[in-house]
Design a protein around this ligand. Structure first.
Ligand SMILES: Cc1ncc(COP(=O)(O)O)c(C=O)c1O
Length: 281
């Protein structure tokens, strides 16, 4: 099937319309999740529902559903979509009301979803490696909330696209490396795999969490550690992770080769481990 939509309880093949007074439209006032389905099964649905509630709480949004209810709404919708390989986009905005910065806590949220067919990319697709650019990270202090206010990420990713690159890697004013425009970032230095601790400067990625677990299972030494642009540029391996990008090697940053300029050994091991895990749910 093609794309299937859901808006406040109504499922349709036609794209539904929302109010021009939707606070998501006017203020970027909403939260979202993207959940991957492999062969008709959700990967890490509970993690996504958990994070959705965390994001809601971080932006003072009351969700009038229990976690179990949300889980059921998403699952029932996906079952109707008949897309074995899919990405399910879930968005909840604070609601529609006459435009004002402040809000009433009684607003009825607008619950929107779509299920989009995904191509199941062969492992070779990832193994070849991709280019990235660095970009200034001037985002706010609540990057752990997955909100639809993505303009900063949009501009950084456009910078990457214009430079013929796959991702923009964010660097804060003090040189700290945070994450990608729509991904988390890992480096390997001196044989140790590192990523920034999941603080308020990054989204606590679900793929990141599972990749860290896979590193443990594969006896790859791992450290949660803040690192800097010079560490990134001197790393022997770099990769990004995300629900739809899975484990994607970065082999060139700002026109400079990462390590040998080819996908490294640790990255390759994790690409395979992640692929095996998600294709055997
Ligand atoms: C800014 C940002 N960081 C990290 C991620 C990766 O998160 P996940 O692995 O949960 O998809 C995303 C995914 O969209 C993102 O937008």
């Amino acid at each position: 099937m093609g794309v299937l939509y859901y808006l406040n309880g109504k499922v349709s093949e036609e794209e539904p319309k929302v109010s021009s007074q939707d606070r998501g439209y006017n203020f970027g006032d909403g939260i979202y999740e993207v959940i991957r389905c492999y062969d008709g099964k959700f990967f890490a649905l509970d993690d996504h529902v958990e994070r959705l509630f965390k994001s809601a709480s971080l932006i003072d949004m009351n969700l009038p559903y229990s976690k179990e209810e949300i889980r059921k709404i998403i699952t029932d919708f996906y079952k109707q979509s008949n897309n074995p390989e899919a990405a399910v986009y879930v968005q909840i905005t604070r609601g529609a009301t006459s435009r004002s910065h402040t809000y009433s806590r009684d607003l009825k949220p607008i619950f929107f979803m779509f299920s989009k067919p995904m191509e199941d990319k062969p492992i070779e697709f990832y193994e070849r490696g991709f280019k990235a650019v660095t970009a200034h990270d001037g985002r706010w202090d609540i990057c752990q909330a997955k909100t639809v206010s993505l303009l900063y990420n949009v501009l950084a990713k456009q910078k990457a696209k214009d430079a013929g690159c796959r991702e923009a890697l964010f660097i804060r004013g003090n040189g700290e490396v945070t994450e990608g425009g729509s991904s988390n970032l890992f480096i390997v230095r001196d044989g140790i795999l590192k990523s920034r601790p999941a603080d308020n400067r990054i989204l606590s990625g679900i793929t990141r969490k599972h990749v860290i677990e896979l590193a443990g299972k594969n006896k790859i030494p791992y450290r949660n550690e803040i690192f800097y642009k010079e560490d990134l540029m001197a790393a022997s391996e770099v990769f990004i992770t995300g629900t739809t990008s899975e484990v994607t090697p970065i082999v060139e940053i700002d026109g400079k080769k990462v390590g040998t300029g080819k996908t490294g050994e640790i990255t390759d091991k994790l690409i395979h481990a992640y692929h095996d895990m998600t294709r055997n749910l």
